[in-house]
Design a protein around this ligand. Structure first.
Ligand SMILES: [Mg+2]
Length: 236
């Protein structure tokens, strides 16, 4: 088995990936693991603040290990796809560094949590997609989607695409990115999330499916992230 870890990916951008990654990091730390955190590339980050945004949140969640620059070695200003963002400032994404940037975390941690950029098939560099990097790093996926209408179709499409790429999915987390509205109404956000999660779970036997409630620190039902990442097996 490879080095313990998880690659947090998503059905699309802005569906709650970082929030889910932060929750996973917190759970792993509570179980006593030294957690490495890695955001291979980020866009929408101004040059003077290279480790802001997602990388900063991951770094804080992990207890400020190493440096923010180690969390995200490549950041670009324009809030568009990283390769396009790099091009806009006359640079290119270093695809080798996307892979090798994780090494320092493997040397200093028990388990690594990697957050991709955008969705599973979003481009990272001129040739590499998120799914390609996940394969290169040898990490199982956590597929994140927003817990809102359409989650069943988006999540199942991403699952099938991941499997077609030969990638293993360790868990699905549906993230409530906004405060739930609608109370007990059948079209209320909480019921849509609960029914959607149940439907997805029924169609994905063997894959843990959970909801991360709005502003909650952990998902429900709790997923065993030590087992999902392989950290428990490595230690045992
Ligand atoms: Mg993010």
């Amino acid at each position: 088995m490879g080095f313990p870890g998880l690659f947090v990916t998503a059905t699309d951008t802005d569906v709650g990936k970082t929030t889910v990654a932060v929750a996973i990091v917190g759970a792993l730390r509570r179980q006593g693991w030294r957690v490495g955190v890695y955001k291979p590339v980020a866009s929408g980050i101004s040059g003077a603040d290279a480790a802001a945004g997602d990388a900063r949140r991951l770094w804080e969640a992990a207890g400020r290990p190493l440096t923010p620059q180690a969390v995200c070695p490549q950041a670009f200003a324009a809030p568009i796809a990283p390769s396009a963002s790099a091009r806009a400032e006359g640079r290119t994404v270093d695809e080798q560094l996307l892979v090798t940037g994780l090494s320092v975390w493997r040397e200093s941690s028990d388990v690594v949590v990697v957050e991709g950029a955008g969705g599973l098939f979003s481009p990272l560099g001129d040739t590499l997609l998120n799914c390609d990097l996940a394969r290169e790093l040898g990490l199982p996926l956590v597929v994140v989607d927003a817990a809102r209408l359409g989650m069943i179709g988006r999540t199942l499409a991403t699952m099938r695409a991941a499997r077609a790429e030969g990638l293993r999915v360790a868990a699905v987390v549906l993230s409530q990115v906004a405060a739930p509205q609608g109370g007990a109404d059948p079209a209320g956000d909480d019921l849509i999330a609960r029914d959607g999660a149940a439907e997805i779970a029924a169609r994905l036997p063997g894959v843990p499916v959970a909801i991360l409630g709005h502003a909650q620190p952990a998902e429900t039902p709790a997923i065993d992230w030590s087992a999902a990442s392989g950290a428990a097996q490595q230690a045992g």
